[in-house]
Design a protein around this ligand. Structure first.
Ligand SMILES: Cc1ncc(COP(=O)(O)O)c(C=O)c1O
Length: 411
């Protein structure tokens, strides 16, 4: 474990600044009524995301408490695992403490060794790369394709070496990766595919749900995800051997032969029954959340369509995008201000936004590992992209307001 933070030198910061912004702009979120736009429909800040807890959450949590099962055994864990696996079209679900450890646990079942390689997209949240690193293996990066902002499959074959063990497609912002060619390539080379589906609950590829497209998948149920347990995660898989190993490793690798007898270095990555109670109530509402997000995305796209310099997200013909986050790209020349200036304008109007991910090859902690590697599409996404409020509970009136602010500030 590195105890010193990985700081970039001034020269390295200078180098980095040539291809991604050196720092996030200071965006101070304030809300006041602005005469030209009237009141924001919410009359307060519109958050970039928030959970929707309108179903059986309270009832199930109360029941878990009343039954005295609040730890990591209990019926809600099993029910949530079964129900979520069903939603993904697979047989097994392994509930975990969060999405990061779901990805780590899935990779741990592969028995990765130092020097092994796992191919991931550079444009992702850092947990994807860290899960590989925790196993002592090496993340190998590919760029994104510019249309749907997903892993560029054309770059995959060139990255496969005799040390490659797995490929991790990440369904970025809720849009599924084109899985058929990816699976064909993986099969040709005998590689395992672990979907990072942290952001893609309910998304579909050619009618099949994410989480059931690779050999295994990891989901996150963090508070900003489409369904949430506060903190939480799940592995989904059709592979019984993998599932049994993951359940065992999740729980300190307790042996069935004898108590306190361990044959593997396991983990405590368990979810609590209380979290699973919330999860079960959330998964019951998944179809409604997905429908709301797809409707909201359409509302945004219709209203932002045709604004010079604003690129809205595209949906591939094979995809049912669930728009975990509704992201846009800003072309400074055409729009008349850059991404950061537009974020400040929105913040002045009480609209919270978030910049796109910073690619893995630009991260201080991975800088030396990927020294000299460049991934131009990911860098452009990082420079120009940000996402707008995207919660399932967002209203059409709020979208109208946000789109009006963006439209009226184009110069
Ligand atoms: C692509 C991706 N992978 C993994 C994770 C990690 O999930 P968690 O925050 O639950 O650990 C996230 C979280 O946002 C994510 O976006």
């Amino acid at each position: 474990m590195m105890l010193q933070p990985a700081e970039l030198s001034l020269a390295e910061m200078g180098e980095l600044a040539q291809f991604i912004p050196a720092a996030d702009p200071e965006v101070k979120l304030t809300y006041r009524a602005i005469p030209e736009f009237g009141e924001s429909p919410r009359r307060s800040i519109i958050p970039v995301c928030e959970p929707t807890l309108g179903g059986n959450e309270m009832k199930y949590v109360q029941h878990a408490i009343e039954s005295n099962w609040i730890s990591s055994a209990g019926q809600y864990i099993r029910d949530f695992e079964t129900r979520f696996a069903e939603v993904c079209g697979v047989q097994y679900g392994i509930a975990c403490a969060n999405g990061t450890v779901a990805m780590h646990l899935a990779m741990a079942t592969l028995g990765l060794e130092p020097g092994d390689e796992v191919i991931i997209p550079t444009f992702t949240m850092i947990a994807t790369a860290n899960a590989v690193t925790y196993c002592g293996a090496r993340p190998v990066l590919v760029d994104m394709e510019p249309t749907y902002w997903q892993m560029d499959l054309n770059q995959l074959a060139d990255k496969i070496t005799p040390r490659t063990k797995a490929i991790v497609p990440v369904h970025i912002y809720g849009h599924p990766v084109d899985m058929d060619p990816l699976m064909a390539l993986a099969e040709e080379h005998g590689l395992t595919v672990i979907e990072d589906a942290a952001e893609a609950h309910g998304a579909e590829y050619k009618g099949r749900r994410t989480g059931g497209l690779g050999h295994a998948a990891g989901f996150s149920f963090y508070g900003n995800k489409i369904i949430t347990t506060g903190e939480g995660g799940m592995i989904t898989t059709q592979d019984r051997t993998l599932a049994k190993l993951a359940w065992n490793l999740r729980d300190h690798a307790f042996s069935h032969e004898r108590h306190f007898w361990h044959k593997f270095v396991g983990f405590n990555y368990r979810m609590t029954n209380l979290q699973a109670a919330v999860g079960l109530a959330q998964v019951e509402q998944l179809d409604g959340f997905v429908a709301a997000r797809r409707r909201n995305a359409l509302e945004y796209t219709c209203r932002l369509h045709g604004i010079p310099g604003i690129r809205t997200p595209a949906e591939a013909p094979w995809a049912k995008n669930v728009y975990w986050m509704y992201g846009i790209l800003v072309d400074e020349k055409e729009y008349g201000m850059d991404r950061d200036a537009l974020r400040r304008v929105l913040a002045d109007h009480g609209v919270e936004t978030r910049t796109f991910f910073i690619p893995m090859h630009c991260q201080p902690v991975y800088w030396k590992q990927f020294l000299g590697e460049r991934y131009p599409v990911a860098e452009t996404l990082c420079q120009r992209g940000f996402y707008l409020p995207s919660a399932s509970s967002l209203t059409v009136a709020e979208i109208e307001y946000i789109a009006a602010v963006i439209r009226q500030h184009q110069r």
